[in-house]
Design a protein around this ligand. Structure first.
Ligand code: HEC
Length: 190
């Protein structure tokens, strides 16, 4: 029994010493443009999902889903989020591989999380990543608008699609990767 306890104590001391050496002698990597190993991404994303499930209130989006609000969400996205998450012309962000972990390109690969999850992630940010908590920078209502927009990227009403095309030069893609074709859009603008 004594040896067993001694073994545990020595193990703990060795782990602490290894940690100290790694920190003190600069062995820990600091570069942000590396790709996280798959196992690390997997653990981080499970931890994230479990924490969301536990902490985020499962509430419905209180902002009505109108053309106006979705277009406002689109503009909020372009101004605040596109720099990291990719622009509405379907180009990846120039910073797509410059952060650790890298920001997901959520226009190219739309999120499939419920709105309460997206809202909470945007409002409170994600610790140890470059994802800011937006609660001091955006009004609550605006966070819900951008959430509504991101949840309907491939299912926007025609007026919002037209606005997208007018501003960013391409039509939003549908889930199968093709362009939406609602017959009116070209006629509107020509
Ligand atoms: C400075 C860069 C940066 C900006 C600006 C930024 N994000 Fe992020 N965002 C990140 C990074 C990095 C992650 C990845 C976090 C992770 O790995 O869990 C992320 C993750 C997310 C996620 C996914 C969270 C999850 O559940 O995994 C959502 C949703 C999101 N961002 C929305 C937004 C919105 C909306 C905006 C604008 C209001 C925004 N982000 C602005 C860097 C950014």
């Amino acid at each position: 029994m004594r040896n067993f306890i001694l073994g545990i104590v020595i193990t703990i001391v060795l782990i602490l010493a290894a940690g100290f050496i790694a920190v003190h002698f600069g062995l820990l990597p600091t570069t942000a443009d590396a790709t996280p190993p798959a196992i690390e991404s997997q653990i981080a994303s499970s931890a994230m999902d479990a924490a969301m499930e536990r902490h985020a209130p499962h509430i419905a989006n209180p902002v009505p889903v109108t053309d106006e609000n979705l277009i406002a969400g689109m503009k909020l996205y372009s101004m605040n989020c596109a720099v990291c998450h990719g622009t509405l012309d379907y180009n990846p962000s120039l910073l797509a591989h410059s952060m650790y972990p890298p920001p997901p390109q959520i226009i190219i690969e739309p999120l499939d999380d419920p709105e309460w999850h997206i809202y909470y992630a945007v409002r409170t940010g994600v610790r140890y990543t470059g994802m800011p908590a937006w609660n001091k920078a955006l009004a609550d209502e605006d966070i819900w608008k951008v959430t509504a927009f991101l949840s309907r990227l491939d299912n926007l009403p025609p007026v919002a699609q037209d606005e997208w095309k007018k501003t960013y030069g391409v039509l939003p893609k549908s889930r199968d990767g093709g362009e939406h074709n609602h017959s009116m859009h070209d006629m509107h603008h020509e």
